[in-house]
Design a protein around this ligand. Structure first.
Ligand code: SAM
Length: 323
């Protein structure tokens, strides 16, 4: 594999097949891999069980290639949307089969199954939901969080969520809103509420996918390229990067698309590396790192022509990347 298509102060993005790229990473270097694969049924000629099984095996090969690259406390987080079989209102089992095989065959541990609720997701498929009214809307994607060991590094105090209105009132005036009393369990519960900066987060993450993606979309418009159709909202990688890594740790995404992961990692002071098969997506993803979107057409042309680009200040932290 050649050098990166572009690099930034904290990371770099490669163009190619991640099954060839993952082996070039240093063993034990990756604190977090967070990604979302191409959709099972969107792959060419993808229909029928045989193809579903092939897809599963293909996806599992990435999990296998990643395993030695993770640190002992590293995590692998993968967002897999649900899908329907072709031509019938019945669901595939791909994401559930993947979960079981990653644990039972590849040897990861399931740290937690999470769910991404995207309230802005449009109802689909049109035939079953909008037209024939046979199936419910499904705004929730499964997001599997695997550990290389049973003890992936994590700190939920970094991703506390805002208190509810009721809790805020209680914190402001505990005596006014709570009466210390003996519970039926005979435990005496006294008031000792203090502001801990937010409430404990749950595994149901509500993150709308309606953000404007500022410099990325502006760059796409100026360069005349279509935006990636299946982008993460920044809040999704942000949640897991904060939860599972420290500043300076290496975060990777091996189905990078528009490189949302890399740009969020950069903003949060994590080193990052990503790989994407389609050079058009890679070239446009560089727009995320431009302070001046007017540079987009030029940057796009250069990356498409294969000229390696350095965006921003040259890297100061060494990347834990092999050749
Ligand atoms: C669902 S998209 C990821 C979108 C990304 N999360 C974002 O925020 O833009 C999946 C991406 O995987 C890429 N892809 C598919 N096969 C690949 C491979 N073997 N190696 C690298 N990338 C691949 C596709 O081109 C597609 O852009």
């Amino acid at each position: 594999m050649h050098g990166p298509a572009y690099s930034t102060p904290l990371g770099a993005s490669w163009c190619g097949d991640s099954l060839e790229w993952l082996p070039t990473l240093a063993d034990g270097s990756v604190a977090l891999a967070i990604t979302s694969p191409p959709f099972a049924l969107l792959r060419p000629k993808a229909y029928g069980n045989q193809v579903e099984d092939d897809y599963l095996e293909w996806l599992l090969s990435f999990a296998r290639a990643l395993q030695p690259k993770l640190t002992e406390t590293g995590s692998f987080v993968i967002d897999i949307g649900g899908a329907y079989q072709r031509g019938a209102p019945s669901r595939t089992l791909v994401q559930w089969k993947f979960l079981i095989k990653v644990v039972e065959e590849v040897g990861y541990t399931l740290a937690q199954e999470c769910y991404w609720n995207n309230p802005s997701k449009l109802p689909s498929p049109f035939e079953w939901v909008n037209k024939r009214k046979l199936r419910l809307k499904d705004p929730v994607n499964t997001v599997w969080w695997f550990g290389k060991t049973p003890w992936p590094k994590a700190d939920i105090t970094r991703v506390l969520v805002p208190y509810s209105g009721r809790m805020r009132k209680l914190l402001a005036n505990p005596q006014g809103y709570y009466t210390a009393a003996e519970r039926p369990s005979q435990h005496f519960v006294s008031w000792n509420f203090r502001d801990r900066g937010g409430a404990l987060p749950s595994h149901l993450l509500t993150i709308p996918n309606s953000e404007s993606n500022g410099s990325y979309l502006r760059g796409c418009k100026l360069a005349g390229v279509a935006a990636h159709p299946a982008r993460f909202p920044e809040g999704l990688p942000e949640f897991f990067i904060k939860l599972l890594t420290d500043p300076g740790d290496l975060v990777i995404d091996f189905f990078a698309g528009s490189n949302t992961t890399g740009s969020v990692a950069e903003r949060l002071g994590r080193r990052w590396a990503s790989c994407e098969l389609d050079r058009v997506y890679i070239a446009a993803s560089a727009f995320r790192f431009l302070s001046d979107p007017a540079q987009a057409p030029d940057v796009y042309r250069q990356i498409m022509a294969g000229a390696p680009m350095t965006l921003g200040v040259p890297a100061t932290l060494p990347l834990a990347i092999g050749s």
